[in-house]
Design a protein around this ligand. Structure first.
Ligand SMILES: Nc1nc2c(c(=O)[nH]1)N=C([C@H](O)[C@H](O)COP(=O)(O)OP(=O)(O)OP(=O)(O)O)CN2
Length: 199
């Protein structure tokens, strides 16, 4: 079974080398919608694949890091990158170009790492990330599956190569969240007593 949670943010970019002239030479923004699809073949104790509320912790925080920020490919022109960093407190440097396709891959890699580093506390069985859909506009989206996220032919995305500005990190609920993720620290979901005992 699949479940899906939708997140939204506003973000600006240029996508170099693409066919659309407005897109490759002019800074423009999008109201992104990110769909996170989780899959499991058994339920937790609440008879859910994964409680939607649990996705409003670290997963929501990392996605919200992109809100009101400018994203640039770390191979872009050095002068442009310096300008973006100077004039925008919130910026993110990416190891790949900020196309919808690469956004979906990048979020897959980040959310996959978060879930793999999370200690489940409510009997979740085999919940895992199925795919991530990045809607760039009302009419265009990209969907990343596991085989896309780690496909070197699409460019390698290492967590260490996604660099968030100090302002972005300071606005996270846990400003050390990324460092903790990179160190492999565990994220622990809250435990709670059951109202109805299991059969
Ligand atoms: N496959 C992709 N194609 C394009 C991407 C992309 O990320 N992946 N990105 C762009 C631009 O960012 C552009 O702003 C969005 O393109 P488009 O869908 O053509 O935007 P419109 O606002 O013109 O959409 P309409 O709904 O058709 O008016 C270009 N291509």
């Amino acid at each position: 079974m699949l479940i899906r949670k939708l997140f939204r943010f506003e973000n600006a970019h240029i996508v170099r080398n693409c066919s659309t002239d407005r897109c490759r030479r002019s800074i423009h923004g999008h109201s992104y919608k990110i769909e996170v699809l989780l899959e499991a073949h058994a339920f937790d104790q609440g008879q859910m694949v994964y409680d939607f509320g649990l996705m409003k912790g670290t997963i929501r925080d990392v996605i919200d890091g992109f809100d009101h920020a400018i994203c640039f490919w770390d191979r872009d022109d050095a002068e442009y990158i310096a300008w973006a960093k100077h004039y925008s407190a919130r910026w993110i440097s990416l190891p790949v170009s900020p196309s919808a396709e690469q956004f979906s891959r990048m979020f897959f890699v980040m959310i996959d790492a978060i879930l793999k580093n999370t200690d489940m506390s409510n009997g979740e069985a085999d919940v895992h990330l199925h795919s991530v859909i990045a809607h760039e506009t009302e009419t265009g989206y990209a969907q990343c599956f596991r085989e896309d996220a780690y496909n070197p032919r699409m460019g390698e995305i290492r967590l260490t190569d996604i660099v968030f500005s100090e302002q972005v990190k300071a606005e996270w609920k846990d400003p050390a969240m990324l460092d903790r993720l990179l160190r492999g620290d565990r994220f622990v979901n809250p435990a709670h007593p059951l109202q109805i005992p299991p059969q």
